[in-house]
Design a binder for this molecule. Structure first.
Ligand SMILES: [Zn+2]
Ligand SMILES: [Zn+2]
Length: 340
């Protein structure tokens, strides 16, 4: 995953830490309601779940760290010491032996009281546990280093000092150099992170007695565009029709687009396609779509982002989507995408 990525600096230069002759540079990694700064060389290699319950593993050559979170309702909070015991039990069960842990002491992560523990397995492990009462999640972050030295201590300190586990109405997401904001009511429900293509779907659902309403943000980009789609880069409408529309129509049945328009998105000219869809027999369905497609020369990628709103009601009931609100939502989302 993420191979072949170029090291490209974001608009804000990464913080530089000098350790002797070695310099460690950090960048933002934002995923499922977490913001942390990780070394440039570290990559998100595995992730799962959503903002409520999930995990991610970030890895470099000589270390990795794992963040896990689990939703807990305030009434069901257990003391952290119980969370730690369960953690050790699981570790011992997995490795089928007793795990010696050394220190267990109080710590602090992003103003939350935390418990810290050091464990000696084949590697040096440092684990932090805390409960975030703002996002109602129990958090665990585990660092594993081959050996502890000033550089590994700096990495740990920088990651811990930078962690933001709650706070905003929108969650920042980063996929390598690309950054965008998704309202925190949306959950990541689909992902494919492959060489050549990155695909993420965010979903917000609202139910009321007779109506189902949902909004989606479908975020796709295709890498190495000048190799994959050379003759299509000058005509994005052709690209959409040849390479993308089929996928989109499979997902959104009954979708029809109007005549496309062009608009400037950051430094790129983007193709905007607006559409709507109707359908259903026993349940009536109506949807609005905005698809924005552009070619980013800087990273040699084609981005195609589709926002949509869907409403379904039983036959005979009126269907309505506030088009202006939907348009504002789409515009707001697109305006915050930083592709390179
Ligand atoms: Zn928090
Ligand atoms: Zn760009």
């Amino acid at each position: 995953m993420h191979e072949g990525s170029k090291k490209i600096y974001l608009a804000t230069p990464p913080m530089i830490w000098s350790i002797g002759v070695r310099a460690l540079e950090f960048r933002n990694l934002c995923w499922n309601g977490f913001l942390l700064r990780v070394p440039w060389e570290a990559r998100l290699v595995r992730e799962g779940g959503n903002a409520k319950t999930g995990s991610m593993r970030i890895e470099a050559e000589s270390y990795f760290f794992e963040v896990k979170w689990e939703e807990v309702q305030p009434k069901k909070i257990k003391p952290l010491s119980e969370v730690v015991s369960a953690f050790i039990e699981k570790l011992e069960k997995e490795s089928k032996r007793k795990i010696p842990f050394r220190a267990k002491r109080q710590a602090n992560v992003f103003n939350h009281d935390a418990l810290f523990m050091s464990v000696k397995t084949d590697v040096e492990e440092r684990v932090y546990f805390w409960y975030c009462e703002e996002s109602l999640r129990v958090m665990t972050i585990l660092f594993a280093f081959r050996s502890l030295n000033p550089a590994s201590r700096t990495i740990m300190k920088q990651v811990l000092d930078s962690i933001r586990c709650h706070g905003e109405e929108t969650n920042l997401w980063t996929v390598l150099e690309t950054e965008f904001e998704v309202p925190s009511s949306f959950l990541l429900t689909e992902r494919k992170l492959m060489v050549g293509r990155t695909h993420l779907l965010f979903l917000e659902q609202k139910f009321s007695p007779f109506t189902q309403r949902r909004r989606e943000i479908l975020f796709d980009y295709f890498s190495m565009a000048n190799v994959q789609f050379e003759s299509y880069l000058k005509d994005l409408n052709k690209w959409v029709e040849k390479w993308y529309l089929k996928d989109l129509k499979k997902r959104y049945r009954g979708m029809k687009f109007e005549v496309p328009a062009e608009e400037k998105i950051s430094t790129h000219i983007a193709l905007i396609k607006k559409g709507r869809g109707r359908g259903g027999f026993t349940t009536r369905k109506f949807a609005l779509y905005t698809n924005v497609t552009w070619y980013c020369e800087d990273l040699n990628r084609i981005y195609s982002v589709t926002t949509s709103e869907h409403v379904a009601r039983p036959l005979g009931a009126k269907l309505r989507i506030d088009e202006e609100t939907f348009e504002d939502f789409s515009k707001e989302f697109i305006s915050k995408v930083k592709c390179h």
